[in-house]
Design a protein around this ligand. Sequence first.
Ligand code: HEC
Ligand code: HEC
Length: 397
Amino acid sequence: MKRLVVGVLFVVVAANVNAQRRSGAGRPAPDPAAGETLAGLTAAQRADFAAGLADFSDEESVADGLGPVFNERSCAACHGVPAIGGGSTRTVTRFARRINGLYDALASLGGSLMQDHAIGTADGLSHNFKAEVVPAAANRTVHRRATPLFGLGLVDATPDSDFVAAAAQQAARRDGVAGRVNMVDNIRAGMKTVGKFGWKAQVPSLFQFSGDAYLNEMGITTPDFPNESCPQGDCTELAFNPAPGINDDGSGPILLTNFMSLLAAPPRAVQTRDVNDGEATFERIGCTACHTATQRTGSNPIAALDRKTYHPYSDFLLHDMGALGDDLEMGNSTGKEMRTAPLWGLRFITTYLHDGRATTLDQAILAHDGQARGARDRFAGLAADAKTKLIAFLNSL
Ligand code: HEC
Ligand code: HEC
């Protein structure tokens, strides 16, 4: 009975909004702020978001399964700027070894992801778990910055075929700026699908990222990721694990996925004339060859994700970035290939590029190499005024 009344109320409100749009009266609703939900969710979807947000923010304890080695106690510890679900300047460390071109992620020594925290003697002093370090065998050490998650539900809801088609279109241009899809194992699909997430597009879905991050950043095992990460690669230490077995029955990754799927894209700042001029230059000098302004979701049972146009300023493809590549291999990416970083929400970020090495947009752009060398050089050659406007555009995202 109660449900019915709520439903009727909703229809009335929705009809009002439509009437306003048609007549042009009233102001359009402002875009959701960073950290808010996509517009137009049902009450049930808002409840799913709230439950997911709580799980994303929840600090795990040793009894919950934290560790033995881990990086932080909650997702929000790394994804919290300027609101929960954002990014941060926190970087994680990855190590690997490359000899005569042959790549080794050093899994037997705890690589490639290093866990820089451990639970110590939390199991009652029988064993002292220690944080991992970069082993002497590694000759590659890479830092990776925690990226913001705003709007990624829209990316998740964009058909794989769109990214495959974009890669084919880029190849057909024959201008040397062709991206590739990273085909990666999708645990739920049981086959390889298009990788969309992570600095090398090495993860195919938000659902898979949830279980992966739960395990590798926090040490929480789930049915899809049942094997605890062995401290520094030494699996005998797991005999002392105070929380062995599966720590989470699989409900955690679903909650986390709901939260990220329904998290709104970052809102645009005011678009002045300078900003619009800057965007025209951005396009003219070839930045949009990779930083594609517009994408569109496929059909989706969630109305807020159903055939929605959005503006990530990324093609989500791998590009050969020359010297800017991090020399790690993930999925079928080579050392030089990186995923085009989405530029939406750029104004909330203070350290740029995969390792956060750049502290100004100018530095970030000038570090582009490989397929982006032409665009970088055209940027470097801009008159001061055009450069200022282009930066103003980036700061409006
Ligand atoms: C210790 C810091 C840290 C913690 C804790 C952490 N992340 Fe991340 N997150 C990162 C970093 C670093 C990246 C970039 C990963 C890469 O490609 O190497 C990332 C990337 C992501 C991405 C991909 C974003 C994109 O742009 O494609 C998702 C999704 C994500 N994290 C979800 C989560 C979830 C869910 C949790 C909690 C279970 C979590 N993260 C916990 C640091 C963290
Ligand atoms: C060949 C593809 C390509 C072209 C062309 C390109 N970029 Fe990029 N851009 C990337 C990739 C890939 C990254 C991520 C690189 C990394 O951090 O390793 C990136 C990162 C960035 C970043 C940093 C984003 C962040 O979150 O740290 C900015 C800013 C940026 N690009 C602006 C530009 C501008 C401005 C132009 C035009 C002058 C341009 N890019 C041209 C591929 C490209």
